[in-house]
Design a protein around this ligand. Structure first.
Ligand code: TYD
Length: 125
């Protein structure tokens, strides 16, 4: 994210076509996550998202059906683009973590793949 700072502190900007590679239709945030909780366990058919830990930290495991990579979000100026067809698991939330997510579409349960076998088959097609 674009970071602007001076002696007063920091300000980060997320703008369409700059830091965010899509038009933002929805923003949600995850916070107050209990210790040891893992979230996610789904992929999306179409949805594109950018996740920012605006406070605290968490880990996001990304799986494209072939390989897995874990990214630690731990700075408010760091954004993670998560495209469609990626199975994600979020874990190790710090107590103070606020995970802000920008999305390119409204909430639509039909866009979710919540079954791992279905996800593996979906990605092959
Ligand atoms: P879900 O996406 O399953 O959470 P996570 O992947 O982080 O574990 O969403 C949790 C619940 O919130 C589920 O009942 C759907 C609902 N929800 C909405 O109503 N709107 C939204 O924009 C999102 C992201 C979730």
């Amino acid at each position: 994210m674009q970071k602007r700072g001076d002696q007063r502190g920091h300000l980060c900007v997320a703008e369409f076509e700059k830091e965010i590679p899509f038009e933002i239709k929805r923003v949600y945030w995850i916070y107050g996550t209990a210790q040891g909780i893992e979230r996610g366990f789904h992929a999306h058919k179409q949805l594109k998202q950018v996740a920012v830990a605006v406070a605290g930290s968490c880990e996001i495991e990304l799986n494209d059906g072939k390989s897995t990579e874990t990214v630690t979000l731990q700075s408010p100026d760091q954004g993670l683009v998560i495209g469609p067809g990626i199975w994600r698991v979020m874990r190790n939330f710090s107590e103070d973590c606020v995970l802000l997510v920008f999305a390119d579409a409204l909430y639509n349960e039909a866009d979710y793949i919540r079954n791992y076998e279905e996800f593996l088959n979906y990605n092959v097609i």
